[in-house]
Design a protein around this ligand. Structure first.
Ligand code: FMN
Length: 353
């Protein structure tokens, strides 16, 4: 296995085996208001939404996880089969290996299924020059888009991970221009990977021509934690210390949805482990929820297991709509919602409430 392949395999192994999420329940800060008299027939509830111009049966995207090493083919196949059955969106993991070495089938496997919204993936750090590495061109990214038949490319922001990882790509100068150049040529969104997107960053990104953001904040997978465990394994004391110190770095996931609301379409991510959390994300302004870690163990097994989990999430989402008296997803976005705890503290201090 090459170094990159090993890293991809480690990310999955560590996420499945270790504690990579914070103790604090950030989505527990958000409460939907129970309506004892909902005046809705549950059978008439419409959970569908339109995201980036594509109709989804319910507002969920399985966000970027993997690709580029042998085991990834099974994961992406199972996810794609399940997403096509359930009528929801799917993102692939970073396509850097496919751009550097050509497609190995672990990404393009998803083309065998009719997934309503396909999201390609490339890292912002790869859009600028790093030590000994040339930046990806617009043509490189267009090739990645074709490999998976993407409707839109996600450009990921993962500088928390890069700073903890030994030899990480830590030149962030010029990323904004890189994103702007891509967004001129193809539909693009930007996604965080677990540390959230601030109002300042959202406003900068809005000016690049992207159409949306996955704001993935603190509350789910922490990539500082993932890299901390990898560093421990490699007896790298500096990486291990940095990962521990920055384990919970970033913007609380619910606060990031409100912070980053600058008029673009928003995916709420970071700890979206059930359908009630999805409803909370939508009720505070997201167009859809994004989920990665909670589906990983099932994706390693079979598409049926993934479908089972997604059906549960859909049922929970629908139950939350029913109990808040909503016929449709736009109504859920209008419902009163209570935000407390650390997320409210953040928003108050940032003067967003
Ligand atoms: C094993 C693993 C690998 C990931 N790889 C990528 C990636 O290649 N590109 C990316 O944009 N995000 C990647 N992510 C981040 C997720 O898409 C998501 O933003 C983040 O994990 C927060 O969601 P969660 O709490 O539901 O896991 C990865 C997440 C996991 C768990």
């Amino acid at each position: 296995m090459s170094r990159i392949e090993r890293r991809k395999a480690d990310h999955i192994e560590v996420t499945l085996k270790e504690k990579v999420v914070p103790d604090y329940d950030y989505w527990g800060d958000v409460k939907l208001v129970h309506q004892a008299l909902p005046e809705v027939n549950m059978d008439d509830i419409d959970t569908s939404v339109t995201l980036f111009g594509k109709r989804l049966e319910f507002p969920l995207v399985v966000t970027a996880i993997t690709g580029g090493f042998p085991q990834a083919e099974k994961v992406n196949r199972n996810l794609a089969e399940a997403c096509s059955k359930m009528g929801i969106g799917l993102g692939v993991g970073s396509q850097r290996p496919a751009i550097e070495k050509g497609d190995d089938g672990t990404y393009s496997v998803i083309k065998e299924f009719d997934v309503p919204l396909v999201i390609g993936n490339v890292g912002a750090p790869q859009l600028v020059k790093q030590k000994r590495k040339r930046p990806f061109s617009v043509e490189d990214v267009a090739k990645a888009k074709d490999i998976v038949g993407a409707d839109i490319m996600a450009i990921h922001l993962n500088f928390l991970q890069e700073v903890v990882q030994p030899g990480g790509d830590v030149n962030a100068c010029g990323c904004l221009d890189g994103i702007r150049s891509l967004a001129r040529e193809m539909p693009c969104m930007v996604k965080e990977t677990g540390a959230g997107i601030s109002r300042e960053t959202a406003l900068l990104l809005k000016g690049t021509g992207i159409v949306g953001m996955d704001v993935s904040g603190v509350g789910g997978t922490s990539f500082a934690a993932v890299e901390m465990y990898r560093a421990r394994e490699q007896k790298d004391q500096m990486g291990s210390a940095l990962g521990a110190t920055f384990f919970e770095w970033g913007i609380p996931a619910p606060a990031a949805v409100i912070e980053a609301d600058v008029g673009l379409e928003i995916i709420a991510g970071g700890g979206m482990d059930d359908g009630l959390r999805m409803a909370k994300g939508v009720s505070i302004g997201a167009n859809a929820a994004g989920c990665a870690r909670a589906l990983l163990a099932d994706a390693m097994e079979s598409s049926e297991k993934v479908v089972e989990k997604l059906e549960r999430m859909k049922a929970e989402f629908k139950a939350a709509m029913f109990l808040t008296g909503c016929h449709s997803v736009p109504e859920l976005r209008e419902r009163r919602v209570i935000v407390s705890g650390r997320s409210a503290d953040w928003l108050t201090a940032a003067e967003r409430c």
